[in-house]
Design a protein. Structure first.
Length: 71
C-alpha cells in the first residue's frame, strides 16, 4: 500500500470504530492489529504477546503491592 494511505486508513478506522460506540481500548486494539497486519509480515499474535509480556514484566511494579501491604 501507499505510504501515506495506511495512516489515513488506520485513523479513519479508529474514528469509525469510536463512532460505532466501541470501547476506546477495543478500538485501539483493533486498529493496532490492523496496522501490524498491513505494515509488517510478522504475525500479529506474536507481536501482541511480546508487547503484553514486556509491559507486565517490570521490576518497578513489584514495589506497589509492598507499599500497599505496608500501609
Amino acid at each position: 500500500m501507499e505510504g501515506a494511505l495506511v495512516p489515513l486508513l488506520l485513523a479513519g478506522g479508529l474514528l469509525v470504530s469510536l463512532a460505532l460506540g466501541l470501547w476506546v481500548a477495543l478500538s485501539l486494539m483493533l486498529v493496532g492489529v490492523a496496522g501490524v497486519m498491513l505494515l509488517t509480515s510478522v504475525p500479529s499474535g506474536t507481536v501482541a504477546a511480546t508487547a503484553i509480556w514486556a509491559s507486565i514484566n517490570k521490576w518497578d511494579l513489584t514495589a506497589l503491592p509492598l507499599f500497599i501491604w505496608m500501609g
